[in-house]
Design a protein. Structure first.
Length: 66
């Protein structure tokens, strides 16, 4: 999560509520972004693993059937 430590250095990208909210709001926003990043990584890995397993079992190339 070292990417999120510099979140305050980019005030123009932060939502107005976070900019006006102070340190606590910025920390909560950074935590939310970290959670979202972790969730997307897990979902992507799960989908990739699932597609690889399903394609290997059914002999498909991984592309959807027409």
């Amino acid at each position: 999560m070292t990417d999120l430590t510099g979140i305050g250095s980019l005030p123009s990208v932060l939502p107005p509520e976070v900019r006006k909210g102070g340190k606590e709001a910025k920390e909560a926003y950074a935590a939310a972004l970290g959670f979202e990043r972790m969730l997307v990584k897990q979902l992507t890995k799960s989908l990739t693993d699932s597609a690889a397993i399903g394609g290997a079992e059914k002999g498909q190339s991984g592309s959807p059937a027409a």
